[in-house]
Design a protein around this ligand. Structure first.
Ligand SMILES: Nc1nc2c(ncn2[C@@H]2O[C@H](COP(=O)(O)OP(=O)(O)OP(=O)(O)O)[C@@H](O)[C@H]2O)c(=O)[nH]1
Length: 511
């Protein structure tokens, strides 16, 4: 009988150990799920204030410990908001499509549109625009393009005779500046380059109309590509969150039903042990006692086997759902990191000038405002300079747009090399650069600026086997109390104007 008791004890111990393993696996799974859910929720930050707030609550609930039943309504809320977000995006996109389509249709109604332009416009309205999805960065550019297109068209319509000049250099320059602001990649970058080349060589209205339409087409294709990739990411994000939700709910339901079974089995075992105890005490003979114990032990051992099976099935169920979710998590995590990398790259690129790789105008505006803020607090010396390549148009005209581009790249590199680490240089637009020299008075800056001017003049440019000297003019000023960025810019611009008027290749200052 002692032997049978030992066996019973051993089985009970095994059952307790197996249960501990199941509990540990479950705890670990819950931790991984919680961490993942917290990470996912952080990746949605910034989409929408309400969504941000719910996700913050969700994260704090996760931190306090996970009770899936309590989390379930949170997840439902977040899912609802994500769907709402998607609907908002679609509405925005529809609005953009409508406004661009309206503008295009108005243009189509105008008489005197060149045939080629009419054809491109129809193609754009019928095919390309359907692919546009909302992308806020491109919207201002598209609006500007439509305005330039309108202006060019008005100019064309107001030309009285066929022979009257239809050259519009100012519109060509505007269009070129706009094209310079576009940061695109691969095939699109090449297409924009070709359009820019065309604008430099042909500034007659018909060509400008054609170039404007080409730029719109390139932009819309890019918007569509960008949106598709964002959409596919959002879809998989949604899908995984939904799967996660289902899995959590089903695991918790499964656990609930198992708990009930456990409880009833435990009660059964307890009752049998109790019964065994009373029966043993009441037994009158060894043989009846033996018979009774054997019978009860057999029944107890059946219960323990049933319990073990139950645990085995729970372990398997947990392990399966754990592996499944793990796979989805790793897949989504790798997607998330690629997407984040791309977003960071885009943010970085959106502040860089595509041609010279110097900071662009947007980056400069941000920095200029920041320096003004510091200047107002510290009042330390800051010199601001506008630099412009002399007779740059003639380089384009004589040696071609690509030579012009190369020149800007070489000059940008030389400028970057000639300034201090603490200085900030940017391409402001076209052949104009801006320089911020912090901790430097205008008196001290002049000699460095002279050196800079001479460095550029000394670059041995060679086009079509001809040695060409290229120079820059510089206008400098020092920030003063009461200045606004605009006032300081205008003062430096005045100095630049003076330098140009006094024969170029010069540094002028304006106090
Ligand atoms: N190759 C090339 N040309 C550009 C780019 N951006 C602007 N331009 C050209 O730069 C030229 C600037 O000409 P203007 O503003 O008349 O000035 P400029 O010829 O430099 O003459 P000054 O400034 O008076 O010395 C225009 O012909 C623009 O088309 C660009 O990214 N690449």
């Amino acid at each position: 009988m002692q032997q049978q008791h030992d066996l019973l004890n051993k089985k009970l111990k095994q059952a307790i150990d197996a249960r501990t393993v199941v509990e540990d696996a479950r705890k670990h799974q819950v931790e991984v799920l919680s961490q993942f859910a917290a990470k996912l929720s952080l990746s949605c930050k910034g989409l929408d204030i309400e969504l941000d707030n719910r996700l913050a609550k969700f994260r704090s609930a996760l931190k306090k410990g996970v009770d899936f039943n309590l989390l379930s309504p949170f997840i439902d809320d977040v899912l609802g908001l994500l769907k709402h977000q998607e609907a908002k995006q679609i509405a925005l996109q529809r609005e953009l499509n409508n406004s661009v389509t309206d503008a295009g249709k108005q243009l189509q109604k105008v008489k005197g549109l060149p045939d080629d332009a009419r054809r491109s416009l129809r193609h754009l309205l019928d095919h390309e625009l359907n692919n546009i999805q909302s992308n806020h960065d491109f919207i201002p550019l598209l609006s500007k393009l439509v305005i330039i297109y309108h202006q060019a068209l008005q100019a064309k319509l107001s030309t009285k005779s066929e022979t009257e000049s239809q050259i519009k250099p100012e519109l060509a320059a505007e269009l070129l500046n706009l094209a310079n602001d576009l940061v695109l990649e691969d095939e699109s970058a090449e297409q924009i380059k070709a359009v820019k080349n065309n604008i430099t060589h042909n500034d007659c209205i018909d060509d400008l109309l054609d170039s404007a339409l080409k730029i719109i087409t390139i932009i819309t294709r890019n918007m569509s590509k960008e949106r598709q990739s964002a959409q596919s990411f959002l879809i998989s994000l949604n899908q995984t969150i939904e799967d996660l939700h289902h899995s959590i709910v089903s695991t918790s339901k499964h656990s609930e039903s198992l708990s009930a079974e456990y409880e009833s089995l435990n009660k059964q075992i307890e009752a049998k042990i109790k019964n065994l105890n009373t029966q043993t005490q009441q037994a009158t003979s060894i043989s009846s006692l033996k018979e009774l114990v054997e019978e009860e032990l057999k029944s107890l051992s059946d219960d323990l086997i049933a319990k073990e099976k139950l645990e085995q099935s729970e372990r398997e169920h947990l392990l399966n759902s754990f592996n499944d979710i793990n796979k989805r998590i790793s897949h989504l995590e790798s997607k998330l990191s690629t997407y984040k990398k791309r977003l960071n790259e885009q943010r970085y690129k959106s502040l860089l000038d595509g041609l010279t790789k110097l900071p662009n105008r947007a980056a400069f505006d941000e920095r200029f405002n920041h320096e003004f803020h510091l200047f107002n607090i510290q009042e330390s010396d800051v010199t601001f300079v506008v630099l412009d390549v002399d007779h740059f148009k003639s380089i384009n005209d004589r040696y071609g747009h690509s030579a012009g581009d190369k020149t800007l790249q070489v000059i940008a590199k030389a400028l970057q090399k000639s300034i201090r680490k603490s200085d900030f240089i940017a391409r402001y637009g076209g052949e104009e650069f801006v320089l911020l020299m912090t901790g430097m008075s205008i008196e001290n800056a002049v000699s460095s600026l002279e050196k800079l001017r001479k460095n550029i003049q000394a670059i041995p440019f060679k086009f079509k086997d001809k040695q060409v000297e290229i120079t820059i003019s510089l206008g400098a000023t020092q920030l003063k109390k009461g200045d606004t960025p605009l006032i300081a810019f205008d003062r430096a611009d005045d100095a630049l104007y003076k330098a140009k008027n006094e024969g170029r290749n010069k540094v002028c200052i304006s106090k």
